[in-house]
Design a protein around this ligand. Sequence first.
Ligand code: ZN
Length: 207
Amino acid sequence: MSDSAAREALCRMGERLYTRGLVHGTAGNLSLRVEDGWLVTPTNTCLGELDPARLSRLDADGRFIGGDKPSKEAFLHTSVYAVRPDAEAIIHTHSTHSVAVSCLDHPEGCPVLPPLTAYYIMRVGELALVPYYRPGDERLADAVRDAAIKHACVLLANHGPVIAGKGLNEALYALEELEETAKIHLLLEGRKTRPLTPEAVAELLAG
Ligand SMILES: [Zn+2]
């Protein structure tokens, strides 16, 4: 993908996320792998109004080399790319229902979200939960890196999801599936539910 095509694609994705209500205000950030580095959305920017010429450019070592100053959360992206060489794009949002689930008390060893539907397993797989750290705390970068080794979809406690994909669309579809499943999970609260069996989940994960 050429530099200009990548810039357009990132801005279009920002607009889609904003239009669909998956991001609000200046929350959330996106990145896309380009030759010799990454494009990242700038700090304090509304994803619905991105300017292709002002996107932040990082070099192959994750250093800021051009455009507007990158998002303060760019380290979430570089932490994931460091351990997922197949990741081409990352979407991080503060989407309402996913954040709500990230604030629940999750017992150790239980899945963050129950396997309610086949599509959730196929798009999101096993969702990792990263404990809460203050914004800017370096331990958050380490925790995200550790979780991303095995998980393309990571949920930051009391914060929101970080989703890696082979392209922007794959990351978007996983994010949307996560957000809708979070909504369903909250709708079902207090009701007796029948999640997929471990056998059914294993069959879906095996592809
Ligand atoms: Zn965030």
